[in-house]
Design a protein around this ligand. Structure first.
Ligand code: SF4
Ligand code: SF4
Length: 103
């Protein structure tokens, strides 16, 4: 995986003069690689590759781009998984189970 360039100088910033200039949704121009959300997790998704059909819906819906497609199979990068459980909800064959995060 490509590593983010360190230092805030490499992150573009947009300054808005007034609130009305802002877009209707929050945006970020920085790469998702800056957002290591793994420490937010209270639950951990675990993929059973024996049940997985490689549909990659979990990859498509993961909001943190934490699921990688490696040779057609999904793998979760726990540095970026925030434990939102969307992949568990979206998997059509219930191949993703939930475990409590032990810290
Ligand atoms: S959504 Fe479920 S079946 Fe589809 S790739 Fe992910 S784990 Fe596998
Ligand atoms: S729990 Fe959420 S953040 Fe973690 S892999 Fe699943 S969809 Fe992505």
């Amino acid at each position: 995986m490509k590593k983010p360039v360190s230092g805030k100088k490499s992150i573009k910033q947009i300054k808005f003069k007034k609130a009305g200039d802002m877009p209707p949704v929050a945006i970020s121009l920085a790469s998702m690689l800056y957002n290591k959300t793994g420490k937010w997790r209270s639950i951990r998704p675990v993929i059973d590759l024996n049940k997985c059909t490689s549909c990659m819906l979990c990859w498509k819906f993961c909001p943190d781009v934490a699921i990688k497609n490696i040779d057609g199979k999904p793998y979760i990068d726990l540095d970026y998984c925030k434990g939102c459980a969307i992949c568990i909800e979206e998997c059509p064959v219930k191949a993703v189970r939930v475990e409590e995060e032990k810290k």
